[in-house]
Design a protein around this ligand. Structure first.
Ligand code: PEP
Length: 251
């Protein structure tokens, strides 16, 4: 796993044609042609994965999905399994994004099982954790993040935990234009790393991304923090120039 990693989360945006244009614009830029393989990725809508694979095969830019089913296969109408995503060369699957926890009622243990399904399909789960504004104001931010993280770690066999990427995404910073300060983010990343260390020394090397209104102007300060290994980028990843600037700052 590259230690500095930037992943774009395109959410439910674009058409096949517009996203293909965006992909080409990103992948043809010298930032990507000179990039360490796998140091950047975009998580696209499921239906755009085949076209993404076609366009990005041979590029240093990897691709991923924004969710996967907690089930392996069978009568689960509307679901997409990790194995199905893997058939299209998918490297990453975001799991436990706050929008899924909020709008789709994803429970703590479901997120853990999704992470496990991804790993079983040789896909790296990008597990999102983060507190709401109310939880931060109540002084419960760490407790929330710890509960979310331990639910995932407890779902994974010890020898599979090293396949994780984590993303600390305070809910109050997602899509709001209000990023956590580098200090706030660093404090939580350090806390997460300490929690990981209680499981094993090597687990403390897990890549931990920050996510929440990351823009080029703030990225350098975030990436300068000891425990911030990169970013999960929503809005700014829909604009090639902004995404590439952030990737460059992480490289
Ligand atoms: C996200 O959705 O993971 C995210 C971080 O979004 P934004 O950058 O738009 O806040």
């Amino acid at each position: 796993m590259p230690r500095k990693l930037v992943i774009g989360n395109w959410k439910m945006n674009g058409t096949i044609a517009s996203n293909a244009r965006l992909l080409r614009e990103i992948k043809d830029d010298s930032t990507i042609t000179e990039l360490k393989i796998g140091a950047a990725a975009v998580c696209v809508p499921f239906l755009h994965v085949p076209e993404t694979q076609r366009i990005l095969t041979g590029s240093a830019l990897r691709w991923g999905v924004q969710d996967i089913s907690a089930f392996r296969e069978g009568a689960y109408t509307g679901e997409i399994s990790a194995d199905m995503a893997a058939e299209f060369g998918t490297t990453y699957a975001i799991v436990g994004h706050s929008e899924r926890r909020l709008y789709h009622g994803e429970a703590l243990t479901t997120v853990g099982v999704k992470a496990l399904r991804a790993i079983q399909a040789s896909i790296t789960p990008v597990v999102c954790v983060g507190e709401t504004l109310r939880e931060r104001e109540d002084g419960a931010a760490r407790e929330t993040v710890e509960t979310q993280l331990l639910a995932v770690l407890d779902s994974l066999p010890a020898d599979q935990m090293h396949s994780l990427v984590l993303a600390y995404e305070p809910v109050w910073a997602i899509g709001t234009g209000r990023s956590a300060s580098p200090q706030q983010a660093q404090e939580m990343h350090e806390f997460i790393r300490r929690l990981l260390r209680t499981r094993s020394e090597s687990l403390a090397d897990t890549t931990i991304l920050y996510g929440g209104s990351v823009k080029p102007a703030a990225a350098a300060d975030l990436f300068a923090q000891n425990d911030i290994d990169g970013a999960l980028v929503g809005g700014a990843s829909l604009e090639a120039g902004q995404f590439l600037d952030i990737v460059r700052m992480a490289a």
